[in-house]
Design a protein around this ligand. Structure first.
Ligand SMILES: [Zn+2]
Length: 111
């Protein structure tokens, strides 16, 4: 086999490998993006449950902005503890401040 034929064979093999692996890589990237979007959606849902329960407790007990809701109260309301699907840590925060997740992008959207 001549050198030219060997080079062509190598180029064809490389092109074939690229043709097979590119759609696979795109599919894996799309799956990761969907999973990240799903996790963020579930996490924001948790944050809304925590926030609504916290504000309800504050209203019922006459707490003012800046005061803390005891975590035990949120446990009774089944709003605590919650787990971020991406492994983030939640911070309840005082009344009037949104609860937070440590994962970037996991925030209650502002209207
Ligand atoms: Zn989160």
């Amino acid at each position: 086999m001549s050198n030219l034929k060997i080079r062509r064979a190598i180029i064809y093999i490389c092109l074939l490998a690229a043709a097979v692996s590119f759609p696979l890589a795109c599919s894996q990237l799309r799956s990761r993006r969907l999973a990240a979007g799903r996790d963020a959606y579930l996490c924001i849902d948790n944050l809304r449950v925590i926030d609504t329960s916290k504000e309800w407790y504050a209203h019922q007990h006459g707490l003012k902005p800046g005061e803390n809701v005891p975590p035990e109260a949120l446990i009774e309301l089944h709003a605590w503890p919650k787990k971020c699907p991406s492994g983030g840590k939640y911070t309840i925060n005082p009344v009037g401040v949104d609860p937070l997740c440590s994962v970037p992008g996991h925030r209650i959207p502002k209207d």
